[in-house]
Design a binder for this molecule. Structure first.
Ligand SMILES: NC(=O)c1ccc[n+]([C@@H]2O[C@H](COP(=O)([O-])OP(=O)(O)OC[C@H]3O[C@@H](n4cnc5c(N)ncnc54)[C@H](O)[C@@H]3O)[C@@H](O)[C@H]2O)c1
Length: 432
């Protein structure tokens, strides 16, 4: 099939490459000329394991192309996936849909024969209706279908998630569009993926409800870990004990910092806004947002306690700054609140992240990127393990850190606190 992905970011690029690898003819479009030029030269704009090889292979065999020309790419394609950003609108909880509607108006100019317009971006309920309205003119009647196909891939595991998804959700009530979409996904369905056809609004809501549920699960276990700290129970035991119940499941039950990333924070906010629009009080989700917002303050209080409230001139090393491992994505990472706070209090921050130096941290006073774990830890008074990269899982801190009295705050519970105690290291963790 001839496919056009509009927006070549985490979702558009990964799913575009995977569609190409399944034998389709794919054009990935982006408005950033630099990004498209780089992609044509095999330079990948994001850190995603396995992506580079797949891009190079499919670009070479001609299944995958890159372009900044939206009009031309749309007119050459049968299925158009909208994969642009839907961030939170400034000073509101609502999703900012300006990129979606700008793209829709562009697509409208290029519809000359039947096309399926698919929202892969996460969009609030009834956005598909709005897109349909924009596209509808008497001339274009019957020349398009607007379908919702929310994306559930996780950064860091995006390619695997795309090829082996738990489910493929297609929101359309049109038989013709559903048949084409099912055919497109048939190689994944035959490998065992569940295919669910719903109406469009249900598909849009499934995405938000899923993210809100997962965010609630993380927030729930984080709150239980606070309780564990006060009553001397190990959160890991509680997580395992709860997770063994099949109704609950063990995933997303690991206590840690506040959830972040490009999806959970904005999507939980946006669904509460949808609640307001449709006169429904989503009080549980509102509490989750509040609890998660408080979590970073709570962990910062712990940091101050560890350093006995003497932050000024202390050297604090952050191991990992992205919101989770195996991605370079800094969007709404909890360290974006922690680092400026500690820097303002006079701390010197050294950080190392396997995905490299971060532009967003460059402007903050006394923050330095070091190019190895060793250099970052060397003079630290406190090492904060913020992200769970494999690289951080077997560090010999005793050999690495020069200062005698250093502490470790392991926000991911990577290390055994018993071993740390035996090694005489001042070790703090979450809910243990
Ligand atoms: N990142 C994830 O893990 C993930 C997972 C599932 C769903 N989503 C959803 O998918 C959507 C995209 O997320 P993302 O993380 O890929 O965003 P992103 O910011 O990485 O990518 C969006 C891309 O769209 C491009 N773009 C914007 N306007 C354009 C236009 N007019 N023409 C061409 N290109 C344009 C941008 O330049 C950018 O490269 C969001 O709605 C997000 O919620 C993201």
């Amino acid at each position: 099939m001839k496919i056009c992905m509009i927006g070549s970011g985490y979702v558009g690029l990964v799913s575009g490459v995977c569609f190409a690898d399944l034998g389709n003819n794919v054009i990935c479009v982006d408005k950033e000329t630099n990004k498209i030029d780089n992609l044509k030269n095999g330079i990948i704009p994001i850190y995603e394991p396995g992506l580079e090889e797949l891009v190079k292979k499919n670009f070479k065999n001609g299944n995958l192309n890159f372009s900044t020309n939206l009009k031309d790419s749309v007119s050459k394609s049968d299925i158009i996936f909208i994969c642009v950003g839907t961030p939170t609108k400034k000073n509101t909880n609502a999703a900012d849909l300006s990129q979606i509607f700008a793209v829709t108006r562009e697509i409208k100019k290029s519809i000359k024969k039947y096309k399926i317009i698919v929202t892969k971006s996460t969009v609030p309920v009834a956005t598909g209706d709005e897109i349909e309205k924009i596209l509808s003119t008497s001339k274009l009647k019957k020349l398009f279908s607007v379908v919702s196909n929310p994306e559930f891939l996780r950064e860091g595991e995006a390619i695997r998630d795309f090829i082996y998804p738990d489910r493929i959700v297609i929101g359309t009530s049109e038989i013709r569009a559903n048949k084409i979409m099912k055919n497109l996904y048939s190689p994944l369905i035959s490998k065992g993926a569940n295919y669910l056809n719903t109406n469009r609004r249900a598909a849009e809501l499934i995405k938000y409800a899923s993210n809100a549920f997962l965010a609630s699960k993380i927030t729930f276990i984080n709150e239980i870990s606070n309780l564990c700290e006060n009553i001397g129970v190990n959160i890991e035991d509680v997580s395992i004990g709860m997770g063994l119940d099949k109704r609950i499941g063990s995933r997303f039950l690991r206590a840690g910092p506040a959830y972040g990333g490009s999806c959970f924070p904005k999507d939980t906010r946006a669904i509460t806004d949808t609640g307001i629009k449709f006169k429904t009080d989503l009080s549980l989700i509102k509490s989750v947002i509040k609890s998660n917002d408080n979590r970073t303050n709570l962990l910062l209080k712990r940091v101050q306690h560890i350093l006995k409230n003497k932050i000024k001139d202390k050297i604090i090393c952050f191991l990992g700054v992205t919101f989770k491992a195996n991605t370079d994505d800094m969007r709404e990472s909890s360290c974006l609140k922690m680092i400026p706070f500690l820097s303002k209090k006079g701390a010197n921050i050294n950080y190392f992240d396997p995905s490299g130096k971060k532009k967003i941290l460059q402007k903050i006073k006394n923050v330095n990127y070091l190019s190895s774990i060793k250099e970052a830890c060397l003079n630290a008074d406190l090492v904060i393990i913020h992200t769970e990269w494999n690289e951080f899982k077997s560090i010999n801190f005793k050999n690495l850190v020069k200062k005698k009295n250093f502490s470790i705050y392991d926000m991911r519970n990577i290390y055994s606190y018993k071993k740390m105690k035996r090694d005489n290291i001042k070790y703090f963790c979450i809910g243990r």
